[in-house]
Ligand binder design. Structure first.
Ligand SMILES: [Zn+2]
Ligand SMILES: [Zn+2]
Length: 416
C-alpha cells in the first residue's frame, strides 16, 4: 500500500463521487501528486477514466498525469477503464493525450479486446480506428525540431483531424475542409500526410483493414476535392474562395432529381473510391465489392450504407439514423414531410435547395411503400430499438465491475 496523504485520499473521494470542481481545485493546489496511487494501484486518471469523466481526464492530462500508467494491480491502463466504462469520447481524449492502444494488462488483453468483451462496441471502433497525433507529427517533422520545413501546430492538428476522425462521408470531409480553408494552401502536404498514414497502415505487420479502408476513403475524397478546386481555379471563371469551392463540391455531391433513389454523384464517387482501393488482397475489399455489385447503380442500399455497415458494424448501423447530408450518426431530426433524417438544422438547411425539389417525390414513394426510404438510414422504430437507444444514452449507467470482467476474461482463456 502506498501512503496517500489526506488530500490525496480526498481527491480519490471527489473523483469517485463525481465532485469534479473540488477535484480540479485540489489538483491545481499542488498538494497532491497527479500520479499518486491508492492501494489497488489506481491513479487519479485511472479513477477518472473508470468514472467516465471526460472533463476530469482532460484536466489531469493537462496537469501532466501519466496516460499510460500501469500501476494498477491487474495492469489496467486508463484507456482500458474508459473502454470498460463505455465512453468512446473519453477513449479518444486519452489517445489524443498519447495513450497506447496496444498495451496489455496482466492477462494479455488490450483495451479494445476488453471493450469487446463487455459489449462496448463503440469503444472498440474508436480505439481500433485511431491514428495518434505523434504519427502525423512524425510525417510533418521527420527530424523533430531540426526538420527543414516547419508547420504550425494548428496545421498538425488539422491533418490529424483528417486521419483520426470518424468522418469518412465526403460531405463531412468537405465541411471540415471548409471550416479550415486557411490550411488548404498546403494541399500537397495534406495529401502527403494522409497518404503516408494510409501507407503505414498497409505496411504494418497486422494491417487493420477497416482503418485502411477508412483512410483510403478520406484520401480519395481529398484528391477528388483538390482536383475539383484546381479545375475550377484554372477554368478562369469568377474568382472563388477555397471555402466556396468546398461548398460547391458538397452541393455537387448532394445533387438529386425527383426520380433518384440515391444521390447519384455521391454514390458514383463512393463506388469509385472502393473499387480503386489499392490493397486488392484485402478480404474487406472483396466483401464490399461483392456486396455492392448486387445493387444496380442508382438503387438502394446506397454505397454509403454499404460502407457504414462494413466499417462501423451492423450494430451501429442498426441503432443509428445517418444524416442525409453529412452521413453523421445519431441523426434524430427529420424532414417533416418525407422523414429524411438530418443530424442538425445546418445540415437540413444546406440540403434544402436540393431537397425541396425531391421531397414530395420521396414522400409519395414512401406512401406507396415503393421505396423504403430510411430503411437503411434507420427508419425502424421498433420498441426494442428505442429501448436500446435509451439505455445507451443514459448518463450514469451502472459502471462495470472490474473484478467480474477480469475473472470473466480469465475464464474465457481457460475455456479456449
Ligand atoms: Zn449532418
Ligand atoms: Zn423532405
Amino acid at each position: 500500500m502506498t501512503g496517500l496523504n489526506t488530500k490525496e485520499e480526498a481527491l480519490f473521494e471527489y473523483i469517485s463521487t463525481g465532485k469534479v470542481e473540488e477535484a480540479k481545485e485540489l489538483i491545481s493546489s499542488g498538494e497532491v501528486s497527479v500520479d499518486c496511487e491508492d492501494k489497488e494501484g489506481m491513479t487519479p486518471l485511472s479513477s477518472a477514466a473508470f468514472k467516465g469523466s471526460e472533463e476530469l481526464a482532460k484536466f489531469l492530462i493537462a496537469a501532466g498525469a501519466d496516460v499510460n500508467t500501469k500501476a494498477h494491480k491487474h495492469g489496467y491502463t486508463p484507456l482500458m477503464f474508459a473502454a470498460l466504462a463505455g465512453k468512446p469520447d473519453l477513449c479518444r481524449v486519452l489517445m489524443d493525450g498519447g495513450a497506447y492502444s496496444q498495451k496489455t494488462n496482466t492477462i494479455n488483453k488490450t483495451a479494445s479486446e476488453m471493450a469487446a468483451f463487455v459489449g462496448q462496441h463503440e469503444c472498440v471502433t474508436v480505439i481500433n480506428n485511431h491514428v495518434s497525433i505523434d504519427e502525423v507529427e512524425k510525417f510533418l517533422h521527420p527530424k523533430g525540431p531540426d526538420s527543414e520545413e516547419k508547420f504550425p501546430v494548428e496545421f498538425v492538428r488539422f491533418c490529424h483531424g483528417l486521419t483520426s476522425s470518424h468522418k469518412i462521408h465526403p460531405v463531412a470531409i468537405l465541411f471540415h475542409l471548409r471550416e479550415n480553408a486557411d490550411h488548404l494552401e498546403r494541399k500537397k502536404k495534406i495529401l502527403y500526410v494522409v497518404d503516408r498514414v494510409f501507407e503505414k497502415q498497409l505496411r504494418c505487420k497486422e494491417p487493420n483493414e477497416v482503418m485502411s479502408m477508412k483512410l483510403w476513403l478520406v484520401l480519395f475524397t481529398l484528391r477528388e476535392t483538390f482536383k475539383f478546386m484546381d479545375d475550377r481555379l484554372k477554368g478562369g471563371g469568377p474568382v472563388t474562395s477555397k471555402a466556396d469551392l468546398c461548398t460547391a463540391y458538397a452541393k455537387y455531391m448532394l445533387k438529386m432529381n425527383p426520380d433518384d433513389k440515391v444521390r447519384e454523384n455521391l454514390d458514383r464517387h463512393l463506388r469509385a473510391a472502393i473499387v480503386a482501393f489499392p490493397y486488392r488482397q484485402s478480404l474487406l475489399f472483396e466483401t464490399m465489392v461483392k456486396a455492392m455489385a448486387k445493387t444496380k447503380f442508382g438503387e438502394r442500399p446506397s454505397a454509403y450504407e454499404y460502407i457504414v455497415q462494413a466499417l462501423f458494424g451492423q450494430r451501429i448501423f442498426a441503432l443509428n439514423k445517418f444524416c442525409s447530408t453529412c452521413g453523421g450518426p445519431g441523426a434524430n431530426k427529420r424532414c417533416p414531410i418525407c422523414k429524411l433524417p438530418y443530424c442538425a438544422q445546418e445540415c437540413q438547411k444546406f440540403d434544402w435547395p436540393i431537397h425541396k425539389k425531391v421531397c414530395a417525390a420521396i414522400a409519395e414513394r414512401n406512401e406507396k411503400g415503393e421505396e423504403e426510404m430510411g430503411e437503411g438510414l434507420g427508419d425502424g422504430e421498433s420498441p426494442r430499438e428505442k429501448e436500446e437507444e435509451e439505455t445507451v444514452g443514459e448518463e450514469n449507467k451502472e459502471i462495470v465491475d472490474v473484478e467480474d470482467v477480469h475473472l470473466g476474461l480469465e475464464q474465457m482463456d481457460i475455456q479456449k
